[in-house]
Design a binder for this molecule. Structure first.
Ligand code: ADP
Length: 273
């Protein structure tokens, strides 16, 4: 479980990106972080693994306060935080399997990682994860031979290979088409529930967030202005997050997306019958 209390960040420029943010994420809970550009979403995600140094407040992961630990412990804690990025950050010339195994690099001795010799248990785990994300047949392909959706699946498997206690996910679908985006979001949500993993997803697409996350946190100017289930994100809540805009079009899009989802589910069921 992750518990963020009164987190604040003021950059050297004077920008107050976070102004006392408090919320918890429970085991298996997937939280979608939404808000307009400049609201503080990236700053928040980056504070949690201390890529950005918080100004004040605490970030409790279990009984450790990530905001206060020293370098050595931070290295250990970071091993247990899986990051999934929009730009996949795969090593292009390595195979899918090698990319997944690179999730173990924080654990295996340097000479072993250098010679790319990983313990058999790590390899077995990587195979199981590739199966879970639907990439078994692609294990030996080079990362640069994959589609965008497949690459993001590799990113997910690599994060899980770390045995994370927490997933931080930054715009996972920003460069994917709508259908692939839904597949990736569904996969992430299912995996978090299966493994009891808390996750924070920075996601600009409100419609997509509403379809797949358990809870939505809306940030505006560094403050939490909404925290609740997707169903209660009504027009008033959206206005408090984004200001005055016309949400009718967005609602319509969501209805279309849901219809498509329902249709896909029916097809899968028909396939099973
Ligand atoms: P979001 O991810 O929601 O778009 P950010 O966390 O990137 O928001 O930015 C929040 C605020 O902090 C903005 O006002 C932005 O200009 C400022 N900011 C972000 N990164 C830096 C930085 N490295 N230095 C100074 N100000 C920053």
């Amino acid at each position: 479980m992750l518990r963020i209390v009164n987190l604040a960040k003021q950059y050297k420029t004077g920008d107050r990106a976070l102004r006392g943010v408090t919320f918890s994420v429970g085991a298996g809970e997937v939280v979608g972080l939404i808000g307009p550009s400049g609201a503080g979403k990236s700053t928040l995600i980056r504070c949690v693994n201390r890529l950005v140094e918080p100004t004040s407040g605490s970030i409790m992961l279990g009984d450790r306060d990530i905001a206060r630990i020293g370098r050595g412990e931070l290295r250990r804690v970071r091993r247990r935080i899986g990051m999934i990025f929009q730009e996949y950050a795969l090593v292009e010339r390595l195979t899918v399997m090698e990319n997944v195994l690179s999730g173990r690099l924080g654990y295996v001795p340097f000479w072993r990682s250098f010679s790319r010799r990983f313990p058999q248990t790590d390899v077995d785990k990587a195979f199981a994860l590739l199966e879970r994300v639907g990439l078994t047949e692609h294990a030996d392909k080079r990362a640069d031979a994959l589609s965008g959706g497949q690459r993001q699946r590799v990113g997910i498997a690599r994060a899980l290979e770390q045995d994370p206690e927490l997933l931080l996910i930054d715009e996972p679908t920003a460069s994917l088409d709508p259908k692939t985006s839904r597949q990736i979001m569904r996969l992430i949500a299912e995996i978090c529930r299966e493994r009891g993993l808390p996750a924070i997803i920075n996601i600009h697409d409100v419609v997509l967030a509403q379809m797949f996350v358990d809870r939505i946190i809306g940030l505006r100017a560094g403050e939490v202005v909404f925290d609740g289930p997707p169903a209660s994100l009504d027009n008033d809540a959206l206005t408090s997050i984004y200001g005055e805009e016309d949400w009718t079009q967005m609602r319509q899009q969501r209805d279309e997306d849901e219809a498509e989802e329902a249709h896909a589910l029916e097809e899968r069921m028909a396939g099973l019958a």
